[in-house]
Design a protein around this ligand. Structure first.
Ligand SMILES: Cc1cc2nc3c(=O)[nH]c(=O)nc-3n(C[C@H](O)[C@H](O)[C@H](O)COP(=O)(O)OP(=O)(O)OC[C@H]3O[C@@H](n4cnc5c(N)ncnc54)[C@H](O)[C@@H]3O)c2cc1C
Ligand code: SF4
Length: 564
């Protein structure tokens, strides 16, 4: 490859949810953009091998084979790691890391990253989240407020396609929604009971990235209406849900301005000590085993939160001995995640004359209600909760033959079973760290990432409160056989890891400014989960998308002015 092919306007590291957005924004504006992706290519439609398979066509009836589970205990704990989608997950054995404390690191290394696999829940954050650290005195103050990001939420929602209702809840601002599906009768019943008995608590349809009524912009992407197959994690041939593969990456490609290089494991961002600035990126090509450098005016780091930390910690120079842009010493610190440990289940004996028909790609959602307007518990912050209910066929005893067929054709439905799971905010702490292993390297020459992240007393109190509150609300709704559980799962299985390269106003306590731009290297931007100052309770990917589009717009303006 000649030198000419190594120079670009922009380099984007990673092609997942956030990298896809960066690629789209820069390519649309005419900038020659190199997208570096460590995994293989996954073409929309063409590379979804299981998408149309029927249950009995899977050799292990959906379960990952025992040998695979045994060899890969971490990823096997993820609910979506099943036979139909396991080819989109990183296997523990292939990509080792060091767990100073248990951490389930769930990854997807391919074009599209984890956007192929995600559960597509897309709730906006509010000022109760952006003002949280300043109000409650933890971490550092966010350098932005809701008004700064609101127009960018609208911008990404319109393109991605989000279905939802305008619920008018100040903790969960409304967005640009396609029509929502209906909640079922037991979900509506719970909603009514909660709104009558608990002022300030709401049960709503969980907003999600599905095309319930595609608009022209979605048809222009080649996407079509969601068919409610709920086989999304296989990759959707209709483009019914948002992924980089169905949406942003092909959109960027269509401009003719994108160069996508797969099997390109970024090792470091190059800081040129002589020039006093960042000039490009160094990769290890996993096919040819070559180390190659690429150069650009602007670098967007979107390798997903922990890998972005790894790349930056590994980007050392005389100027930055402890990692790129790390004048403050906070790079790799204040990492946080979501606490998904707790669940409550129950049974409802009513509505026995009703059942659901078809499938729904989302369930009900309870926005955070604890410590919102004032501090009311002995722990900081709060939790959101998922809620769903359904009836299943409980009457087929036969394993084969006519009795089995009859049983399936004439199901004996059991009662409504209901369940809720907790989505708790955790507090970013200095002691939750990511560092480089000083000795061990992977086969691509990168030091192994050492993860040292844990729960604390605040999380334990929050679990207890969630279990008490949801049990009480379940009882109020007439649910019986209420059971609570705490899985005590390790951090990471929530798949919402954030921080380490946090935003802030003060360069002494943060790495990025309010534009996701490095305080110390103005042509480097981080817009994946690594940039997050705190974690809120809402699923974070919509916010990464909005940050990415906003930062790309700012970077383009700065490039035009010759500032970067
Ligand atoms: C089962 C599941 C359910 C989820 N549900 C939700 C949900 O409902 N709502 C929600 O908001 N979020 C959800 N998430 C999380 C969501 O998928 C992530 O937040 C999101 O994908 C993060 O986007 P990203 O761009 O930071 O990273 P990714 O989408 O993971 O993309 C990162 C890309 O960078 C590449 N990369 C990594 N290192 C390098 C390197 N050194 N060089 C080059 N390339 C590199 C990777 O291969 C990958 O393609 C879920 C995730 C999973 C797995
Ligand atoms: S539910 Fe919708 S998005 Fe998911 S696979 Fe089916 S059609 Fe595609």
């Amino acid at each position: 490859m000649g030198d000419n092919n190594r120079n670009f306007d922009v380099i984007v590291i990673g092609s997942g949810i956030s990298g896809g957005w960066a690629a789209k924004e820069f390519c649309e504006k005419g900038l020659k953009t190199l997208v570096l992706e460590r995994g293989r290519d996954v073409r929309h439609g063409k590379d979804y091998p299981t998408t149309n398979m029927l249950p009995w066509e899977f050799e292990h009836r959906g379960q990952p084979p025992y040998e695979i589970q045994k060899d890969n205990p971490v990823v096997s704990r993820c609910y979506a790691f099943r036979e139909d989608a396991m080819h989109f997950f990183v296997k523990d054995k292939e990509h080792p890391y060091v767990q100073d404390k248990p951490f389930d690191w769930i990854r997807g290394y391919q074009v599209g990253g984890k956007s192929l696999l995600w559960a597509r829940q897309t709730q906006r954050w509010s000022d109760y989240d952006f003002e949280g650290p300043a109000r409650d005195g933890f971490a550092t103050d966010w350098p932005i407020r809701y008004k700064d990001i609101a127009p960018w939420y609208s911008y990404v929602e319109k393109f991605a396609g989000i279905s939802g209702n305008k619920d008018g809840i100040d903790t969960l601002p409304d967005g640009e929604f396609l029509p929502a599906l209906d909640l079922n009768c037991v979900e509506n019943h719970f909603k009514d009971v909660v709104s009558k008995n608990y002022p300030g608590r709401h049960v709503i349809y969980g907003r999600c990235a599905h095309l319930t009524q595609p608009q022209q912009i979605h048809l222009d992407q080649g996407r079509a209406q969601c068919q409610k197959r709920t086989l999304c994690q296989r990759g959707c041939p209709f483009g019914g849900y948002f992924s980089s593969n169905s949406s942003t990456i092909p959109w960027a490609e269509k401009t003719g301005n994108m160069t996508l290089r797969t099997n390109a494991v970024v090792q470091s961002v190059i800081y040129d000590d002589k020039k006093g600035k960042v000039t490009g990126v160094r990769i290890f090509d996993s096919n040819t085993k070559e180390t190659i450098e690429f150069y650009a005016r602007v670098i967007f780091v979107n390798a997903a939160a922990l890998n972005t930390n790894l790349i930056l910690l590994n980007s050392t120079s005389s100027r930055f001995e402890n990692g790129l842009g790390n004048d403050s010493g906070v790079l790799g610190k204040y990492v946080a995640f979501h606490n998904y440990r707790a669940r409550v289940s129950g049974v409802y004996e009513g509505f026995l004359d009703k059942k659901t028909d078809g499938r729904s790609h989302t369930s009900a959602y309870l926005p955070r209600f604890r410590n919102v307007k004032k501090q009311e518990t002995d722990f900081l912050r709060g939790y959101a909760a998922g809620f769903g209910g359904g009836r299943s066929n409980e009457g087929v005893n036969a394993q084969f033959g006519v009795d089995l067929k009859n049983g399936i054709d004439n199901p004996t439905l059991g009662p409504w079973r209901v369940g809720s799971h907790m989505m708790g905010e955790t507090i970013p702490k200095e002691s939750n760290t990511l560092t480089l292993d000083p000795v061990q390297k992977d086969e691509w020459g990168m030091p192994l990432l050492k993860i040292n992240i844990d729960y604390d007393d605040n999380d334990e109190k929050m679990v207890k409160d969630y279990l008490e509150q949801l049990s009480e609300m379940f009882a109020k709704a007439g649910f019986t056989d209420i059971k609570t559980s705490d899985s005590k799962q390790a951090p990471g299985l929530d798949i919402h890891e954030m921080g380490g390269v946090r935003m802030g106003n003060d360069p002494k306590t943060s790495v990025l400014n309010k534009w996701n731009q490095m305080h110390a290297c103005k042509n480097v931007f981080v817009t994946d989960g690594a940039c997050m100052t705190s974690t809120s309770t809402q699923n974070p990917s919509l916010t990464y998308m909005a940050f990415t589009a906003r930062a790309a717009d700012y970077a383009i303006q700065q490039m035009k002015k010759g500032e970067i």
